[in-house]
Design a protein around this ligand. Sequence first.
Ligand SMILES: [Zn+2]
Ligand SMILES: [Zn+2]
Length: 343
Amino acid sequence: MPLIEFSNKGLYCPQGNFYIDPWKPVDFAVISHGHSDHARWGSKKYLCHHDTKPILQLRLGENEYHSVGWNEPVFMNGVSISLFPAGHIIGSAQVRIEYKGEVWVFTGDYKTEDDGISTAYEPVKCNTFITESTFGLPIYKWKPQDEIFEEMKNWIYTNKSNGKSSIFIAYSLGKAQRILKPLAETGFPIYAHGAVYNMHTTLQSAGWALPDVKRITTETTKEELKECIVIAPSSAEGSPWMKRFSPYATGICSGWMQVRGNVRRKNADAGFALSDHCDWEGLLTAVKATGAEKVYATHGFQSTFSKYLNELGIEAGEVKTEYGNEEQSENENVNSEVVNSEL
Ligand SMILES: [Zn+2]
Ligand SMILES: [Zn+2]
């Protein structure tokens, strides 16, 4: 019996009788992080890191949550479950499962670059490694984040000199927090879309020291919004909500922006290839660091990535999951937000 089975509800540990990031309701769900494709409704009990708990409370409402710190094992029928930093977003964890000396690790989403907010990714030794492969193609090679932050700031100054506001399109959980510090360094006020603002205040009340952002209300005047900085989720793009910032330029913050055509396709003025996932090299480094004998690649370019690992002599297979719709899931949340906060 394998320690983890790939079931139609999600990753299942038969010995411990629990699921990891299930996409259907289950009795006991271990959650890697707060993105909506990994943390879903309807389960009876949830286990997550302390930093993920307030995010789940905001997104899933009140449930039975058990939270733990890093490397604090919980036992289920003799199986040890512990969480290790994944470096993806605040609270994001790799899930380590051990039974009778055999160790499996599921990464959830992760990145190897330390973003200074999410606890930095930590390699974990294991026998079997289940890794995401969102950007598992050799064309994905990220620039150091400081270089991208400089480009973002220069773009703001250019927009300002053209009398335009700068609208950054970023996930409300993860990317929005990550770009705040460099944006705040410009000294200009930062306005947030309701979805970004709600997450922001949740994290602030959980104790995260984030730069201040302003919420746009009915009282906010056109004059105040002149040449301002805005952080908004992707569904706000091209919506009537954006009109109040006119004239403006939009810049999308996403790993997908590494491919130039995507900037054009999205009708954006700029693309910043800032990602909260590993690039190709990051994935390879991570796989090697685990020393795993067997690797499973999930959501992303799992076929290309697992084939390449096999060529390297690392036994690898691909697994189909229902993860990888971060953006789509966020759009669903955000559409209701746009309706609710139509000002
Ligand atoms: Zn994620
Ligand atoms: Zn994912």
